[in-house]
Design a protein around this ligand. Structure first.
Ligand code: FE2
Length: 296
């Protein structure tokens, strides 16, 4: 029961696509491949590595995620996952038109307990032209997939049953504080590809997504860009207790946040033990709003 191998891509809505064209490239260091791929002007495609794209920003009301793409290894894994979701009572649809649009070989989709659209795919397109970061950044992806996503969920038990039970994510650890327990889940050696916490005031919502770079200096340089461009910093530089990543958090033009970090810990399933922490960070990660000092 381990079909999902990584976070593949993320679709977001934004009211001002031009903000993403600047932010995505000049702050995050992603490559804008919209013209190269030839998408309509209501979409911005951003690339982070050898895959043709990793982020799609669509014109629309800001907030939430349009869709989250989870990668499986091949057709058989996709079929197995579809069968298992159906057996668990989840409505799953194969969507070849969507697969073409996402530039993948095959794709099925469903919604999670909070209504987020999930897409499971295999066979992403790898073009021959190289990834060129406009800021010279190298993202840590490959077998670890594309960083992680963090959700505020309305019903923790439902989220656990769906992601740990039906989808086969594996629990890495939890962080308990302010009466809430954040759950961190992995599908490959990356410490977590998904995290969620129940929060009635904020859910359902994408809290943040994380991008990992391979050089601490690129975290620092990005922090300089955030500072000089007036991007809203939401958590100062810090190191998380559980995945040990050194990172900071900032707003993105879709209203959610981006965690930009380095040195995330790897999980070895043969020796890993689940633990429970009582703080999100060893140091740093300070928020102006103390009541929401909550994310990892
Ligand atoms: Fe995070």
């Amino acid at each position: 029961m381990t079909e999902i191998v990584g976070l593949g891509y993320l679709g977001l809505y934004a009211e001002k696509l031009d903000d993403w064209r600047t932010y995505g490239t000049e702050v995050l260091g992603l490559q804008n491949v919209s013209e190269k791929i030839g998408v309509e002007s209501d979409t911005v495609l951003l690339r982070a590595d050898e895959q043709s794209w990793r982020f799609a920003i669509h014109q629309g009301e800001t907030g939430g995620a349009a869709y989250i793409g989870w990668e499986v290894a091949n057709r058989r894994a996709l079929d197995d996952l579809g069968d298992r979701l159906s057996a668990a009572g989840v409505t799953v649809e194969e969507d070849q038109a969507c697969a073409q649009e996402r530039r993948v070989e095959g794709l099925i989709r469903c919604v999670d307990p909070d209504g987020h659209r999930l897409e499971f795919f295999y066979g992403p397109h790898i073009p021959k032209y190289p990834f060129v970061s406009p800021r010279g950044v190298r993202f840590v992806t490959g077998d670890l997939g594309l960083g992680h996503v963090f959700f505020f969920v309305t019903d923790l038990d439902a989220a656990k049953e769906f992601y740990l039970g039906s989808l086969g994510f594996r629990l890495s650890d939890t962080i308990e504080f302010h009466g809430r327990k954040v759950h961190f889940l992995h599908v490959n050696p990356r410490h977590h590809s998904l995290a969620f916490v129940q929060n009635e005031e904020l859910a359902p919502a994408l809290g943040h997504f994380m991008l990992e770079v391979d050089d601490i200096d690129d975290v620092g340089r990005t922090l300089d860009e955030v500072d000089s461009r007036g991007v809203t910093l939401t958590e100062t530089l810090g190191r998380h207790t559980n995945d040990r990543a050194i990172s900071f958090f900032m707003k993105n033009p879709s209203g959610s946040e981006v965690e930009y970090g380095y040195d995330g810990r790897l999980v070895d399933d043969t020796t890993w033990r689940v633990t429970n922490y009582d703080a999100t960070s060893l140091w740093g990660h300070h928020r102006d709003r103390p009541d929401t000092d909550s994310e990892s």
